[in-house]
Design a protein around this ligand. Structure first.
Ligand code: FAD
Length: 317
């Protein structure tokens, strides 16, 4: 067996989802290579050079690949695919964009969003918005897999000694061209990897009221999430959506404010280590999964929480 992991990065920093994917791969076999495609991405190469469990780093470091476009990147993966039995990428926006194309071109079924490895051909993945787990066995000769990063710890970036190989490829780029990128700029931790997340729902009532969450997020160094109802109402942008059709988060602490707890929302946060819910309706389903529930009007509870955090900060200083 020989495995290839596709690295997710922004040319400067390696995403921790890559380190989780390497860990998942190592549960199949330790014979792992990693593929880095980017431009001026030396810092990413350096980071992976000493990462545990990697035999070889394949590098395409070329200005044409500054921005990952599935149509172009998939061609590189396919050109090296014959050497590998398993090809893995994180089940992030990045991996979900590229891997289905790779699977289709190789004429195999993709195995998506795995959370556990049973054997080299058998994997566990959530279905029905996380309400059931399917154990799937693949008979394809090559396994194309996306890995749910929050289900696997990250491997250490120390102690390894990978060999580096620059790939020289004659690949004709597709007719798809990168035009621009609009990114949300925030000093807060990234929603997908934050240790604390505070999310707001329809109960907040307006975009202005969402600022009540900002204040607390700043004090807790938390990321801000939202229910789909809050996103659809325009209170916050859709990259903050948590749930079945949003992001899956597994923070140490998840605070749900004015969120009822629909199954589609729970699908994105119910594995959080500690769940706190603030809701004025004692019958709200979110209380069924909350470790701590506060039945209260959020417009009274949030300012109180904020001032208690101030007191704590003063004591700690
Ligand atoms: P509501 O259900 O309206 O709940 C608002 C809550 O706020 C209520 O419980 C209310 O008691 C409380 N509240 C109101 N005022 C206050 C106050 N002053 N103080 C305290 N509490 C108050 N949803 C997601 O979140 N993520 C998804 O990814 C997602 N994907 C979906 C995919 C599909 C295919 C479908 C059909 C639906 C999906 N949904 C998703 C939508 C989901 O079904 C719910 O509609 C949504 O989660 C409800 O959001 P909410 O809890 O904010 O709103």
């Amino acid at each position: 067996m020989k495995l290839l992991v596709l690295a997710e990065h922004n040319n400067k920093d390696l995403k921790s989802s890559t380190l989780s994917t390497i860990n998942a791969a190592s549960k199949i076999d330790q014979n792992i290579d990693i593929l880095i495609i980017g431009s001026n991405c030396e810092s990413v190469i350096n980071k992976l050079k000493n990462t545990q469990n990697i035999k070889k780093i394949l590098v395409v470091n070329d200005e044409n690949y500054e921005n990952p476009i599935a149509e172009n990147i998939s061609q590189i993966i396919i050109s090296v695919a014959e050497h590998y039995t398993h090809i893995l990428a994180p089940a992030s926006t990045f991996g979900k964009n590229i891997m289905p194309r790779v699977a289709a071109k190789l004429d195999v079924a993709q195995i998506s969003d795995i959370i556990k490895i049973e054997t080299a051909d058998t994997f566990v993945r959530p279905i029905y918005a996380g309400n059931a787990l399917a154990t799937v066995q693949s008979s394809d000769s090559k396994k194309i897999i996306t890995v749910r990063p929050t289900s696997f710890d990250t491997v250490s970036t120390e102690g390894g000694n990978a060999e580096i190989e620059e790939l020289s490829l004659e690949i004709e780029n597709s007719k798809i061209e990168f035009l621009g990128r609009e990114e949300t700029k925030s000093d807060r931790p990234e929603l997908g990897s934050a240790r604390i997340v505070i999310s707001g729902g329809r109960g907040l009532g307006s975009a202005e009221n969402f600022s009540l969450l900002n204040e607390i997020a700043d004090k807790l160094n938390a990321a801000i999430g939202a229910s789909r109802a809050a996103v659809d109402a325009g209170y916050i942008s859709n990259d903050s959506q948590v749930g079945q059709t949003g992001k899956v988060v597994v923070p140490d602490l998840y605070i749900a404010v004015g969120i009822s707890g629909a199954i589609q929302h729970l699908a994105g946060m119910k594995e959080s280590k500690i769940i706190v819910a603030i809701n004025k309706d004692e019958e709200a389903p979110i209380f069924n999964i909350a470790d701590y529930g506060l039945q209260a009007d959020l417009f009274e509870a949030l300012p109180q929480l904020s001032s208690e955090l101030d007191k704590l900060n003063t004591i700690n200083q």
